[in-house]
Design a protein around this ligand. Sequence first.
Ligand code: RFL
Length: 388
Amino acid sequence: NEAVVGIVGAGPAGLTLANLLHEAGIACTVLERGTREYIETRPRAGVLEHRAVQMLTEHGLAGRLLEEADRHGACEFRVNGEAFEVDYSALYGGQTHYVYPQQDVVRDLLGNYLARGGDIRFSVSDVELSGIDSASPVLTWLSATGERERLECAFVGGADGFHGVTRKSIPQGAVQEFTHQHGIEWLSVLAEAPPSTHKVIYALHPDGFAGHMLRNSTVSRYYLQVPIGDSPDNWPDERVWAELHKRLALRDSDWRLTEGRIIEKRVLDMRSHVVEPMRFGRLYLLGDAAHIITPVGAKGMNLALHDAEVLASALIGYLRTGDDSGLEGYSEKCLRRVWRAQEFSQWMVFMLHRSPEPFLSRLGQARLEHLIDSKSSVGYFAQNYVGP
Ligand code: RFL
């Protein structure tokens, strides 16, 4: 097998890396645990920053996205039954978000990669890494038909998400791991319901946060802050809708939430995790394998795409000219953006949630009121939200 770069994981991070390397003529092999159908239909994120779309466009990867995605430049905060719109695009140079489901991003990246002759193995299991601190790391795995296969490569891209194997292959103590539990949980709900809004809604209610996110014209995502340790079993559909109606309600308004068939319900544990540095030897971690963030600022998929862009450019530089400065600087460059995003997401988490400590809840509300009143505060929000 001739691959120079072995990539574990075919999510947004792994597939972007694979596309950019393949485009530059660098052979890679992608190993994915799931089937093609699984990765192309798994709903998760749905918000892309302007910068990420620009990067995909530059590499010819955004054709369908540019045709189909909705652009968003405003969102709405609801507090005490009143709505406040924030036109973050106008506050930040006219840049907008693109609302496009993650599974469509994955489908497009995969389609492009295969159309250009890229190598990917689906349904692999038992991926093992060895020699990652040598010049020729080796990947082995069981193929879909159960044969043990092997790939010797020059570099490994660890893009297998938070629960993957690549990060776990780093010897204990060789990297530092930062973990933070935010002390809140969300019930995340996906429903076959047309959006009841043109703008994402973040609502702060005495019973906790509620969010109305956008996906496409027939499917919407909603979030409800729920007590720690809660289970989706406690949330029959009627209770979900009743709680959303209540927390999103507006005073003196005929605004209504449109219901639909609920297709996914799960409790999200709000956790942050960062690995420093994002490499060990010739293993480079990217995306969720290196860091996870709460979904509050919609940064996860964007960070994954940014890591892939930086790593591809570093590998291309090294493999073409022997210049290793990109690889040496990879982790620091990515982590600067990662920590910026973590700080912003923590700022939003604090602002939008009820804390068990009433004092902290009031501070959060004060932050939200300040955001609504203050040019500098809303400017901070706009810059970080739409993407630095
Ligand atoms: P992924 O997407 O998890 O892809 C990893 C891939 O690796 C495969 N894999 C393995 N393959 C081989 N061997 C193994 N041992 C393997 N272990 C795993 C998996 O099958 C998978 O295909 O990671 P990647 O590429 O780093 O992408 C990261 C994003 O998926 C993630 O950050 C976002 O989904 C986070 N996120 C959001 N991000 C945003 O930017 N905006 C959002 O609005 C947003 N909303 C969300 C989210 C994540 C959510 N969940 C479910 C965690 C909403 C939700 C509900």
